[in-house]
Write a protein that binds this ligand. Structure first.
Ligand SMILES: [Zn+2]
Ligand SMILES: [Zn+2]
Length: 338
């Protein structure tokens, strides 16, 4: 496929899409009903449907019955841990293998001209982005992911929070399932903005940002504190009346859903002439420029707070002007202090 029909390459060979990054038309004001209808299938397909189905599969085939959930034992928790681990490696591995190991589409649509393996850095364990990502994923992400699941189910199974059934509350629970991506975006924006405050950035979030040129396995390369808050999004379903299956969907949306922002390609080629949008551009710009795009493009929170970057020269100028204002404020504050 000819990627130059959809974008250009700069002097370094980095790919820049012609179309600036855009918000989903879900919260446009004034509303854009035609754009909303055209976009709506993308709300469901492919990611939301896949993560909804994976939550159902876990619920019916992998998790134990309610009695066992009420009193967790090492047997089923260990089984759950292994299944979570294998499935995340298979899911991330599909993208990593095709795009980074086989390099099936070469550098077509690739944002960063370099491959992560070409940039050994002492910021990573063993100077390798991939080994570093494996370590954070295996020893922090999956144990915390499994732990969050076990605790939330334990609370539900003991009847400490309301467990709404689908038979009695079908409309409410369907609406709640539809809101899962919106709740995720709100939660992610808030914790992510918090992680960009100086102390938390330095000691926690910088682990994730070591991947300036992210690849699929960077998706969950995070500090344990970040894993806890990021995957802890599932706990919202202990506060709002819900059902554990929807809570599980929320967790899968965060865990498996971390990948779209980190594939490193604007489009993923499916055949000779077809490609699907990766939806990676907004988060890729965040990894490249740091203090922009704390959200993922569903709720226009970055627009509201003046931190949205759509990849255009105008957005770049706005960002630089914002940095100048910040510098001037810090200087003025330092002046007052002395
Ligand atoms: Zn960040
Ligand atoms: Zn990221």
């Amino acid at each position: 496929m000819d990627d130059t029909q959809y974008g250009t390459r700069n002097k370094r060979g980095d790919y820049v899409p012609n179309e600036p990054a855009q918000y989903a038309p879900l919260f446009s004001f004034p509303p854009k009903p035609a754009a909303l209808l055209k976009w709506l299938p993308h709300y469901f397909w492919p990611y939301n449907i896949l993560f909804g189905l994976s939550a159902l599969a876990w619920w019916y085939w992998i998790l134990p019955d309610v009695e066992a959930m009420a009193a967790p034992s090492w047997g089923w928790v260990a089984k759950l841990f292994i299944i979570n681990l294998v499935s995340i490696f298979v899911w991330f591995g599909i993208f990593e293998f095709r795009l980074y190991i086989r390099r099936a589409q070469g550098s077509r649509f690739k944002f960063n001209a370099k491959w992560p393996s070409e940039n050994p850095s002492s910021a990573f364990f063993f100077k390798s982005q991939n080994i570093d990502s494996f370590i954070w994923t295996v020893f922090s992400a999956i144990p915390i992911w499994t732990g969050v699941q076990v605790i939330v189910f334990w609370v539900y199974a003991n009847g400490w929070v309301p467990w709404l059934t689908i038979a009695e509350n079908p409309i409410y629970l369907v609406c709640l399932a539809l809101v899962v991506p919106i709740l995720h975006e709100f939660h992610f924006f808030c914790i992510h903005r918090l992680f960009h405050t100086p102390f938390l950035y330095k000691y926690v979030h910088s682990v994730h940002h070591n991947s300036v040129n992210p690849s699929p396995f960077s998706s969950l390369a995070m500090h344990p504190v970040e894993h806890l808050l990021y995957l802890g999004v599932m706990a919202w379903h202990l506060i709002i009346p819900s059902n554990p299956m929807i809570a599980l969907y929320q967790l899968h949306f965060a865990g498996f859903g971390a990948i779209p922002g980190h594939v490193g390609f604007e489009k993923i080629e499916i055949g000779e002439e077809t490609a699907m949008d990766s939806h990676a551009y907004i988060h890729h710009l965040h990894h490249k420029k740091f203090e922009v795009n704390y959200g993922d493009g569903l709720i226009p929170l970055d627009k509201l707070f003046g931190t949205f970057h759509d990849g255009s020269p105008e957005a770049e100028a706005r960002m630089l002007a914002r940095f100048e204002r910040k510098k001037a404020r810090m200087k003025a504050r330092a002046g007052k202090a002395t």
